[in-house]
Design a protein around this ligand. Sequence first.
Ligand code: GUN
Length: 302
Amino acid sequence: MTTSGRAIDCKAFVARLRDEVATSVAALKTRHAVTPGLAVVLVGDDAASSVYVRNKGELAEAVGMHSVTHRLPADTSQEDLAALVRQLNADRSIHGILVQLPLPRGLNADAIIAEIDPNKDVDGLHVVNAGRLSAGLPGLVSCTPAGCMKLLRDEVGDLSGKHAVMVGRSNLMGKPMAQLLLAADCTVTIAHSRTRDLPAVCREADILVVAVGRPEMVKRDWIKPGAVVIDVGINRVPSRDPVKAAQGKTRLVGDVDFADALEAGATVTPVPGGVGLLTVIFLMQNTVKAACMIHGLDESSL
Ligand code: GUN
């Protein structure tokens, strides 16, 4: 079987961004006496969320930021969580606040997000930031879509006139990504679980972005030859080896069948080692951006 496509080297891309962020942080500290501060809040003990939160804290420290992580028990009340967010809003050493999602059952995520100061909302989830994005105004944009966009510009260059298909419509990924693609003058289709003949819709895409959480859903005949495919899914499935699978061993796959995408001649992000790496670095970038906005500094001058 021939493989005419290409995997995008996200590791090299992320290493470059990491250097850029570290340089910006150093410039903020030395030239403006501002240390960007990131607060991450984790409620409960979900294993995957715990790993993500630890990675965020470690990277924040590695690039020179002030980093705090609040780990709260799963039975934390809505009012106590809201009070913590208000305390972080008022804390002058904190410029970015991220409440890890999903929250445990019984907590209302929308109400908590509404409590976050929009200028510190490094997830871009507050309605003020969602509105700013829709209206084409400057604001904080959700980390994964912002990262995917930067990657696409790096890979494709001018996106104008391309047909982009976004599969998935979440507030964290699908909706902001569609807005960013539109702002880049793409023709944008948003597809989702109720879309009729999803393979045919995907086949139209010059740029295909998939974020639905369905392991290896996108197959070879869903992909236009030469398309750029961004796989945002991270799914844990049983190991290929039946003996290992019986022992409970697992592996990570995306929403796109990676081997199929290569066979289709796509330029595609791998899983693992793809978009997941971008999200965390963009959280750092958003924290720098928030610190600049809060202190009235021009980020591009750093
Ligand atoms: N859970 C998975 N991804 C994210 C993210 O980007 N932000 C938040 N807050 N929670 C998440």
